[in-house]
Design a protein around this ligand. Structure first.
Ligand SMILES: [Fe+2]
Ligand SMILES: [Fe+2]
Length: 294
């Protein structure tokens, strides 16, 4: 199954800008742990989404379907802007005195070295490319699920979360929901083997969980505002409490996402609410300021 013509929307990159100059490190007021759980995205995504762009740009010439090729180009445009927007948020964390070096260098190593080019040619190069597209399809299932979550997270509004950061996360989340089928469709077009798709999830899922846990610990330990406080150390029960209060995605959501992905008939179009994504993009302050395409 691929997205039907009825589901298909022309993916556009929006030339958004965000101003984080006044952002507090606990941008969910009084909730540094919940703020930093979400802030991990600003350390993972700049490198991660640039890598998506690189891999998809290499895959594009292999696509033998005009509509899919158009989707892949739209995906590339959107992910490039996502990476730069999260880079802006990461720069703000650094300006706020949080030393993210070491952790960010590890992320750079993962995407540039471990998952980068290997100087392969011919069939080997194609296999490595398809392997990475499969990994991106698995990660894109999580970004779609996270996008769906952030679009329906009224507890963040009720907690007084910073409006600029919320708009950035919801604009990004809405575009993730919009383009949630593209990586899966590309993988199915190039290869489509079930076991390879599942292997990608079984590698990508735990790797993401480990990076997220480590990233949260780094941010809390190095946030100058938390110096000398017990919140410097991340405790599982505090995370679970924040999740129960709707401030961060809970572990059950991720577990369900993995189980959904294991279904041999899985297709992202069956999950997620495109209408809600489009509705948010119509009112997003940043998207409205951006007007046309990037
Ligand atoms: Fe993205
Ligand atoms: Fe994405």
């Amino acid at each position: 199954m691929t997205a039907t013509d009825d589901d298909r929307i022309a993916l556009q990159a929006r030339d958004v800008r965000f101003d984080f100059s006044g952002l507090r490190t606990d941008w969910i007021p009084g909730e540094p742990l919940a703020s930093h759980v979400i802030d991990v995205l600003h350390m993972l995504l700049p490198e991660g989404e640039r890598w998506f762009v690189e891999v998809f740009s290499q895959a594009l010439p292999l696509v033998r379907d005009a509509a899919l090729a158009e989707d892949v180009r739209g995906f590339i445009g959107q992910e490039a802007v996502h990476a730069e927007s999260h880079q802006g948020a990461q720069d703000h964390l650094i300006d706020a005195g949080i030393d993210v070096s070491g952790y960010v260098e590890q992320i750079e190593w993962i995407f540039s070295d471990l998952l980068g080019e290997r100087g392969l040619t011919g069939a080997e190069a194609r296999e490595w490319l398809v392997e990475r597209v499969g990994l991106i399809a698995a990660v894109e299932h999580f970004t779609a699920v996270l996008g769906e979550w952030i679009l329906h997270s009224p507890d963040l509004d009720a907690a007084g979360a910073d409006a600029e950061m919320l708009d950035m996360l919801r604009w990004h989340g809405a575009e993730e929901v919009e383009h949630r089928s593209v990586a899966h469709d590309l993988y199915m077009h190039l290869d489509g083997r079930y076991l390879r798709r599942i292997r990608a999830m079984l590698i990508g899922g735990p790797a993401l969980a480990k990076l997220w846990t480590d990233g949260t610990a780094v941010l809390c330990a190095r946030d100058p505002r938390l110096r000398g406080t017990p919140q410097r150390r991340v405790r599982l029960r505090d995370y679970l409490r924040a999740a129960r209060r709707g401030l961060v995605p809970g572990p059950g959501m991720f577990a369900k996402a993995v189980l959904t992905y294991l279904n041999p008939r899985f297709h992202p179009a069956r999950y997620g609410d495109t209408d809600a994504a489009i509705a948010y993009l119509a009112v997003s302050p940043a998207a409205r300021r951006a007007g046309g395409t990037a």
